[in-house]
Ligand binder design. Structure first.
Ligand code: NAD
Length: 497
């Protein structure tokens, strides 16, 4: 039996009991309680910030050479790998995700630390082209203290995506995970501590967004917020950040279109569409939640999609063949059910699902059946609002121009999937749709080397990629005189003095 992290927070390098509001982490497969812990209060957060400021300003950290700092990132990656099973188990308990998925997320988090260690060691500074009698260059320095605020859906991966580049850049990081999933971030703190990172540089402060999240955003010593979460929270946070003129990066919500052309490989497209919406039980910012199918194949494609959806295994996260595990929390299941109720009320036809599964173990957990709607147009709420659950809406389209118009007519701009054998067509459509990521004949593939982020209401800025570290650094330009002579503007006056 794998032991869950204790009910203590990691406050500037010290394990301390929180003094904020109580947080209850549950296992949504059966409603049992994982841990009850006190979250971080404003006073806890202020202590963490004070310790982080001291640790970050210490030349022992600030002046480390990149290859020396990279060693910490490699050690953290090793620690995550050595504890991958533990991390997967803790995250599955906290979020209800399958062990298969949380195992992959742990491996990806280790890869993220390793990648940013390597990127740090190999990031050159630039000697800029000389335009005068000075050597000109551009160098990068740490911002100072970074607040990282993450959601509950893939905590170890979203934590790593922020913590690794921010530490690589030489900052201190204060991480606030979501209240439904505090445990895996605390486990990350244990691993980072064991990797020998100097005390104070990293904190994990679970707690209420309005309290500890807000403190991070408003505190004058926090130099940047990197946020992943809902669009409304991100917008409110950005408005506060504007008052301090603080940079923010925002990874927000989505309602991503998936487009199947009549010439697509039907089985490849069917499998990709199913994975795109129903893996992670739809709790994915990039979920392919709006499906557009070209009219000549619409009826056949939708029939097969519905039949295949009914064959997906809805089950316990610890069973190896489970494809659709419970939702993260009973409250979230209620929110998904409410979206379904509204879609029905606006006239959408339920092709499959539309309810929680009944009987046996399903009765105890926050399960919901994979659901497919049709019979509405793109203006319907179910086509516009993010459900963040296993709910797909299907619409027909006539031609390229029609699908570009429909797919783009949405507030979000996170991702897009295109299924066709015609690559020039995929290029034209992919370039025309405003989205941060386009997948062609695949979906939800990720690589840490490839930048990720959203357009429109889906966010601001990019994570990942070699430039990912620079997002946590201040750029400084240097001019070093080569002439060795007094400036001509005042030279005569100086000579006569
Ligand atoms: P959320 O916005 O409710 O919460 C995200 C985080 O912000 C949590 O840690 C929360 O406690 C904190 N928070 C809440 N109010 C705050 C405040 N006033 N000040 C500071 N922090 C505050 O989102 P969620 O329900 O945890 O996650 C689901 C959302 O996240 C979905 O909209 C999903 O699309 C989005 N998401 C986006 C990406 C991406 O990369 N684009 C990835 C995963 C999830």
């Amino acid at each position: 039996m794998i032991e869950l992290p204790q009910n203590k927070l990691f406050v500037g390098g010290e394990w301390e009991e929180g003094t904020g509001a109580e947080i209850t982490s549950i296992f949504p497969a059966d409603g049992s309680v994982n841990r009850v812990l006190r979250g971080a209060s404003v006073a806890d957060g202020e202590r963490a910030i004070e310790r982080a400021s001291r640790a970050q300003a210490d030349p022992a950290w600030r002046n480390l050479k990149p290859h020396e700092r990279a060693r910490f990132l490699y050690a953290i990656a090793d620690g995550i790998e050595a504890n991958a099973q533990r991390i997967a188990h803790i995250q599955s308990r906290d979020t209800g995700k399958t062990l298969r998925e949380t195992g992959a997320l742990a491996a990806s988090a280790a890869g993220t630390f390793r990648y940013f260690g390597a990127a740090l060691e190999t990031a050159d500074e630039t000697l800029t082209v000389q335009r005068g009698d000075a050597l000109t260059m551009s160098v990068h320095e740490p911002l100072g203290l970074v607040g990282a605020i993450t959601p509950w859906n893939s905590p170890i991966a979203s934590d790593a995506q922020k913590v690794a580049p921010a530490l690589a850049a030489g900052n201190a990081v204060l991480l606030k995970p979501a209240s439904w999933s505090p445990l895996v971030s605390l486990e990350l703190a244990r691993i980072i501590e064991a990797a020998g990172l100097p005390k104070g540089l990293f904190s994990v402060l679970p707690g209420a967004g309005r309290e500890i999240g807000n403190l991070l955003v408003e505190h004058p010593d926090i130099a940047k917020i990197s946020f992943t979460g809902g669009t409304e929270t991100g917008r409110a946070l950005a408005l506060k950040a504007a008052r301090k003129l603080m940079p923010v990066s925002l990874e927000l919500g989505g309602k991503s279109p998936t487009i199947v052309f009549a010439d697509a490989d039907m089985e490849q497209a069917l499998a990709g569409v199913l994975f795109g919406i129903f893996s992670s039980t739809g709790q994915s910012c990039i979920a392919g939640a709006r499906l557009f199918v070209e009219r000549p194949i619409y009826a056949q494609f939708v029939d097969r999609l519905v039949a295949a959806t009914r064959r997906l295994k809805v089950g316990h996260p610890f069973e190896a063949d489970t494809q659709v595990a419970p939702l993260v929390h009973f409250d979230h299941r209620d929110a998904v059910a409410e979206h379904v109720r509204k879609a029905r009320a606006e006239g959408a036809d339920v092709l499959t699902g539309g309810a929680a599964p009944e009987g046996g173990a399903y009765e105890k957990g926050a399960y919901y059946l994979p659901t497919i709607f049709a019979g509405v147009d793109n203006a319907a709420r179910i086509c516009r609002e993010e459900v963040f659950g296993p709910v797909l809406v299907v619409l027909p389209f006539d031609d390229e121009a029609d699908v570009i118009a429909q797919a783009t007519d949405n507030d979000y701009g996170l991702a897009c999937g295109i299924w066709t054998r015609d690559f020039p067509k995929s290029w034209r459509v992919g370039r025309a749709i405003r989205a941060g990521t386009v997948w062609v004949n695949t979906y939800k593939q990720f690589s840490i080397s490839t930048p990720f982020g959203g357009e429109k209401e889906s966010g601001l800025g990019r994570e990942k990629g070699r430039e990912g570290i620079r997002a946590y650094m201040a750029q400084k330009s240097f001019y070093m005189d080569l002439s060795g002579a007094p400036h001509p503007w005042a030279a005569a006056a100086v000579r006569a003095s």
